[in-house]
Design a protein around this ligand. Structure first.
Ligand code: FNR
Length: 373
């Protein structure tokens, strides 16, 4: 393996070498048979280009706006948990890279740096991702803290009424008391230190995935569409709903007042055998009828993937694992390199397809496998 990766996929191997197996498996793994994990990536490969030629592409601009914020590219850093397992600087390093690249970072509810630490570390545009705890007051306080520290939107992830069955984590006893006494101290305490005694700080089990046990114990599986009204009542920030895969739910999300939708299957970590997100993106885009922006994540590994997502109607993509791999391999520099490589590849794809700006990318620039049959 060359020391300097030439594409983001090569960061995965560097991350594997850098991390303890338990942590690498946690980042890389998907649910059950991991069918959707492969499909998220494969489905992009079945979409082909219809490039246009003899268009002036001497200048290419990737810049765009997301919820009114000017960004350098239609790329956001997806919320992924526990960045200090990848690198000692954790989410602060990721945020600094996001600031340097002028892309939006979505900070996970289970970040290991507090929302305030991330906010004061740099001037990255930040959104805050939440789940709703059974203890709603704790969720409300987290939302208020994010709002006070300048986060620009709340991303409500709705595909985790319970954590998916991630078999590598079960085999590795992720976060069990026996193997990792300090796991919950490190993971949960910083963000939730004001709530000692309200949430369990560790789940007393010495085998299996305690991460799953903890999530299932604390998150509110009774959450339903009517609760979006509650969330809207406690914050003025726009709310994106992440984890929509059908036109039925897309319409409900718009009706509930979402400011945007993220088409996502949680990086294939929840329900195995959901379709690849790129293959249901258009269904959601058509249902939403331009009322709110639609974003997509899952399996985006190339600039060509980003172009395809935009052609099928996404306003931007979110990047999950490649960012964590970059962080594990080279800290802030790694996240910057991953982001820059994706931007460079997108720029090249736009030049070779005859699209000087993001607005020039249209549905007519790609052909899906269904259309080819
Ligand atoms: C995630 N994801 C996630 N999503 C979320 O809303 N909150 C979270 O805390 C996490 N945590 C998390 C940890 C890890 C290690 C991974 C890989 C993923 C899902 C994430 O936001 C995103 O939907 C997927 O990662 C996108 O797929 P790719 O880019 O990883 O293929």
């Amino acid at each position: 393996m060359a020391e300097d990766p030439v594409n983001v996929n090569e960061y995965q191997e560097l991350a594997r070498q850098a991390l303890p197996k338990m942590y690498y498996d946690f980042y890389a793994g998907g649910a059950e048979d991991q069918y959707t994990l492969k499909e998220n990536v494969e489905a992009f490969r079945r979409i082909m280009f219809r490039p246009r030629v003899l268009i002036d592409v001497s200048k290419i601009s990737l810049s765009t706006t997301i919820l009114g914020y000017n960004v350098s590219a239609p790329i956001m850093i997806a919320p992924t948990s526990m960045h200090k397992l990848a690198h000692p600087e954790g989410e602060v390093a990721t945020a600094r890279a996001a600031a340097a690249c002028n892309v939006i970072m979505i900070v996970s509810y289970s970040s290991m740096c507090t929302v305030e630490e991330v906010a004061s570390s740099c001037d990255a545009i930040r959104f805050f991702q939440i789940y709703v705890y059974k203890r709603r007051d704790i969720t409300a306080q987290l939302v208020r803290r994010a709002e006070r520290s300048g986060y620009k939107a709340i991303v409500l992830t709705v595909d985790v009424p319970r954590l998916g069955k991630r078999e590598a984590d079960i085999k590795n006893n992720l976060g069990t008391v026996k193997l990792s006494l300090s796991f919950y101290d490190r993971m949960i305490q910083p963000q939730l230190k004001n709530f000692e005694g309200l949430l369990p700080t560790q789940v007393v089990s010495d085998e299996g995935s305690n991460f799953k046990a903890y999530a299932d114990l604390t998150l509110d599986a009774s959450l339903s569409w009517k609760d979006i009204g509650w969330l809207r009542s406690i914050t003025k920030l726009p709310i994106l709903i992440k984890g929509v895969l059908t036109h039925e739910d897309a319409i409900k999300a718009v009706e509930a007042g979402a400011a945007g939708i993220v088409v996502s299957n949680h990086g294939a970590r929840q329900l195995d055998h959901t379709p690849a997100t790129i293959s249901v993106l258009e269904e959601v885009v058509h249902a939403v009828k331009g009322k709110v922006p639609v974003f997509v994540d899952g399996g985006v590994r190339r600039g060509t993937d980003i172009f395809k997502a935009l052609a099928l109607g996404a306003q931007a993509v979110l990047i999950g694992r490649p960012v964590v791999y970059g962080l594990a391999a080279k800290g802030e520099t790694g996240v910057r390199r991953v982001t820059e490589m994706l931007k460079d590849e997108l720029e090249l794809t736009m030049a070779l397809s005859g699209c000087p700006t993001i607005k020039d990318i249209t549905r007519g620039h790609v052909i899906t496998d269904r259309e080819r049959l």
